[in-house]
Design a protein around this ligand. Structure first.
Ligand SMILES: [Zn+2]
Length: 143
């Protein structure tokens, strides 16, 4: 985090530095290098989203990180008509994307007018450098 970071103006940072969310560190490291990584239980192959230290299915603490294709479909969405934060001017569309691998991720959808967004629409991940030390994952309509 740079000293010029202003949480009232700049894109909010993920909670990776908080103890409760430390399991998501590799996810955000992947995003920083242009990869969408998903955590999967090494014992029963259940997807662990959001990342967590223990599988809720088999209680295994062994997991692996698998690179997603970054492709999926819009499962649900909502559009803010008033800016939810100064870094996200309105209209700002938040989507729940179902990835090809199965897990669903919440993010924002860029490159499309809100009135053209549809459930089931094909989307793909795009990485946006929000600051020198911070990258966001977002989705855009699939090419
Ligand atoms: Zn498991």
């Amino acid at each position: 985090m740079t000293s010029s970071y202003d949480p009232t103006r700049d894109v909010p940072r993920p909670a990776r530095w908080e103890v409760l969310y430390r399991s998501s560190g590799p996810f955000w490291d992947g995003v920083a290098s242009g990869k969408l990584l998903l955590q999967r239980c090494a014992s029963c192959a259940r997807w662990l989203t959001p990342p967590r230290p223990m599988c809720p299915g088999c209680q295994s603490r062994e997991h692996e990180w698998v690179q997603s294709t970054g492709r999926g479909t819009v499962h649900s969405f909502a559009t803010y008509r008033h800016a939810p934060h100064p870094a996200f001017p309105a209209p700002h569309s938040v989507v729940l994307v179902e990835l090809e691998e199965g897990p669903r991720l919440v993010s924002s959808l860029v490159g499309i007018a809100p009135e053209n967004i549809a459930v089931g629409q094909a989307v793909e991940v795009v990485f946006t450098h929000a600051a020198d030390d911070f990258t966001l994952f977002q989705f855009k309509p699939a090419a």
